[in-house]
Each structure stands twice: as structure tokens, then as C-alpha cells.
Design a protein around this ligand. Structure first.
Ligand SMILES: [Zn+2]
Length: 179
């Protein structure tokens, strides 16, 4: 390296690695969900770490949400439960692009259900990185893992560190006050 102007040459580092960065993007996507109980986000990226698509859980697009229930109490008919109408984050992300998702990675805030796992596998996404697996005891979760295993899809979790969030908060605070 040149010795000229060396005061401008110094080592810098990113605040987030790619996994942390895209999980954070998925977390931000989840924040847009109107679901009062479970907000989920998904970001799908290609092998060059370029974001291809994103989604969050929400009501079927293009219909009057005011006519639909957000409640999840299962003692009433399915027609009056949110489960009948909510499209999951991963499914929305897949629906929102016409680009091939082959060999892409899906970053999700919550481990996928079996219905989304079907689509993830059918689209030949090859890795799922998740924040939480809190529904690990549900049958739908176990079936999703079976689908991933049979399809050769790897899955792993990434822990987010609160110190990252503190630095992010400082950065965001700086952005909105530095006007
Ligand atoms: Zn799902």
C-alpha cells in the first residue's frame, strides 16, 4: 500500500455480518405485520447476498380486511378465525417475486410451518436461517423439518446479540436527529 496520505487508510468493520443483517431485515419486515399475536417476517436472498424478495404475515391481498377476523380463539368456527385468511410471511415473500428462488436462502423470524415448507422446497430454496423455533413441538413444525430433510434443505438458527441492537438504535437515532 502507498505511504502517501496514510491518514485516510484505516481498517473498518461492518456492524453486522450477512446473517445478522438479513435476520434484522426479516425482523423489520415482521414489524409491518398487523397480526396482534404473531408478527413474522421473511427475507429471501440469492447466493450473492442480494435481497430478492420479502414478506410478512397478513390477510389475503386485495380483499376488505375490515370484514375479516384477527382473533385466534379456536372454539368458534374456522370461518371466524384469522387462520382461515392469513397468508404467512414466507408464502408472501415467494408470491411477491417472479424471479427464480433456486439456491436462495430464506431468513425468517420464526421457523416455517409445513405449508410454507412445501413452497420453500418447491422453489428449491436451499437454506433456511431462523431466529425462533418456539413452535418446535407442533406437528406442523415437525412436518416442515421432515420436508426440509427430504428436500436436502439445510436449516440453522442465528442468535441476535442485544449489543447489535444497541448499536443499531444509536445509528437510527443519529439518522433521525442529524438533519
Ligand atoms: Zn407458514
Amino acid at each position: 500500500m502507498t505511504n502517501d496520505y496514510k491518514e485516510n487508510y484505516f481498517k473498518v468493520e461492518s456492524n453486522f455480518n450477512w446473517d445478522e443483517y438479513f435476520l434484522l431485515q426479516a425482523m423489520i419486515a415482521s414489524f409491518k405485520s398487523k397480526d396482534p399475536s404473531t408478527k413474522v417476517g421473511c427475507v429471501i436472498v440469492d447466493k450473492n447476498n442480494h435481497q430478492v424478495t420479502m414478506g410478512y404475515n397478513g390477510m389475503v391481498a386485495g380483499i376488505d380486511e375490515g370484514q375479516l377476523p384477527w382473533g385466534k380463539i379456536k372454539t368458534v368456527p374456522l370461518e371466524h378465525q384469522k387462520y382461515a385468511y392469513v397468508v404467512h410471511a414466507e408464502t408472501n415473500a415467494i408470491l411477491h417475486t417472479n424471479i427464480s428462488l433456486e439456491d436462495c436462502k430464506a431468513y425468517v423470524t420464526l421457523f416455517p410451518c409445513n405449508e410454507c415448507a412445501k413452497l420453500i422446497a418447491s422453489k428449491k430454496i436451499n437454506e433456511v436461517i431462523y431466529l425462533s423455533d418456539k413452535h418446535r413441538d407442533l406437528e406442523t413444525n415437525k412436518i416442515a423439518k421432515k420436508i426440509f430433510k427430504l428436500a436436502g434443505i439445510k436449516y440453522r438458527t442465528v442468535k441476535m446479540d442485544e449489543s447489535h441492537l444497541e448499536r443499531l438504535n444509536q445509528h437510527l437515532t443519529h439518522l433521525i436527529t442529524d438533519t
